[in-house]
Design a protein around this ligand. Structure first.
Ligand code: NAD
Ligand code: UDP
Length: 314
């Protein structure tokens, strides 16, 4: 039987990934220190014989006493609000956490998959962004703690691949949304949906002309599954190329929730990237992958999730 270890498995993406791996018949070991994740995300999995949860900070060395076939490193604060509040933990989980987990994969002769990010492209000067673009990152700006930790992590993974022959995969994840995002994690999808459901003004940062491209979580997980099973050690973008301005996105949320909320314009955060759209040619060619879920459908499911959270908290 295949056993996969997922760090950050109690988080938004990690919990969906654990579920998918279990569906595929893997045993799953989930390692998480619950810094930004929560046990509720994996509650239904905790009783299963093929699922094990270990509460641990992966910036500290660790061992597991079972053979492993795959190590998937998803632990890291991921929303700008989180990593601005947790700058040192973010740097440590991208650097020490990556070192500890590649070391674990090497010891277990396991395949390693790193959750990297479109943030490695920074405020991109090439549009859309192909994997061959090296990026435009400000290392000393507030977002540098996340962007540079992920760039370091990619370099570490490639070094283990080249020097130790570790089988490695790097997924560069573009903005992904879906159920189990934290309502107050500050990212635009939960922020706008909550505000719209509560009839509060939607806080558009700047003039809302900056763009993003949103991928539904199930599409992302399918791409990661295909990448894990491929034989490419080069980075692969996984994201939905459907790009829109943040102002347009706010209007879509207002329509989709039937809300009377208005838009309020607030200050643009430092170094907020002006554009972002994945070039997914490589994922199409190597993985035969492209996103299948329309924004309207993905938002419907996500809005239902946030509505049920609000009803539950009343
Ligand atoms: P999340 O905050 O929901 O999940 C991160 C998980 O990592 C949490 O459960 C947290 O408790 C855990 N964690 C953090 N530091 C840890 C540590 N030192 N030891 C053990 N566990 C630790 O965020 P997410 O959106 O699910 O992101 C998951 C991964 O995907 C991250 O690596 C992130 O950088 C990457 N990513 C996500 C997106 C996105 O749009 N969601 C985009 C690009 C990259
Ligand atoms: N944003 C916004 N209002 C919010 C939260 C975010 O206008 O309440 C904008 C933010 O400035 C950025 C985009 O939405 O341009 C996406 O932000 P998010 O934090 O979700 O992810 P990022 O792509 O910046 O990592």
């Amino acid at each position: 039987m295949t056993t996969s270890l997922v760090t950050g498995g109690a988080g938004f993406l990690g919990s969906h990934l654990c579920e998918r791996l279990l569906q595929e018949g893997h045993k799953v070991v989930c390692v998480d220190n619950l810094l930004t994740g929560k046990l509720e995300n994996i509650q239904p999995l905790l009783d299963r014989d093929d699922f094990q949860f270990i509460e641990h900070d992966v910036t500290r060395p660790f061992e597991v006493n079972v053979p492993l076939d795959n190590v998937l490193h998803f632990a890291s604060p991921a929303s700008p609000m989180d990593y601005l509040e947790l700058p040192i933990q973010t740097l440590k989980v991208g650097s020490l956490g990556t070192h500890n987990t590649v070391g674990l994969a090497k010891a277990k002769e396991a395949r390693y998959l790193l959750a990297s990010t479109s943030e490695v492209y920074g405020d991109p000067l090439v549009h859309p962004q192909p994997e061959t673009y090296w990026g435009n990152v400000n290392p000393v700006g507030p977002r540098g703690v996340y962007d540079e930790a992920k760039r370091f992590a990619e370099a570490m993974v490639m070094a283990y691949h080249r020097f130790h022959g570790l089988e490695t995969r790097i997924v560069r994840i573009f903005n992904t949304y879906g159920p189990r995002m934290r309502p107050k994690d500050g990212r635009v999808v939960p922020a706008f949906i909550q505000q719209a459901l509560l009839g509060e003004p939607l806080t558009v940062f700047g003039d809302g002309s900056q763009t993003r491209s949103f991928c539904y979580v199930n599409d992302l997980v399918e791409g990661i599954w295909r990448l894990l099973n491929s034989d490419t050690s080069d980075p692969v973008n996984i994201g939905n190329p459907h790009e829109m301005t943040i102002l347009e996105f706010g209007q879509r949320i207002i329509e989709a929730t039937n809300s009377k909320s208005e838009i309020s314009f607030v200050e643009l955060p430092v170094d907020d990237p002006k554009t972002r759209q994945p070039d997914i040619t490589r994922a199409r060619e190597i993985l035969d992958w492209s996103p299948q879920v329309e924004l309207q459908d993905g938002l419907g499911t996500t809005i239902d999730y946030f509505r049920s959270l609000l009803e539950g908290s009343n």
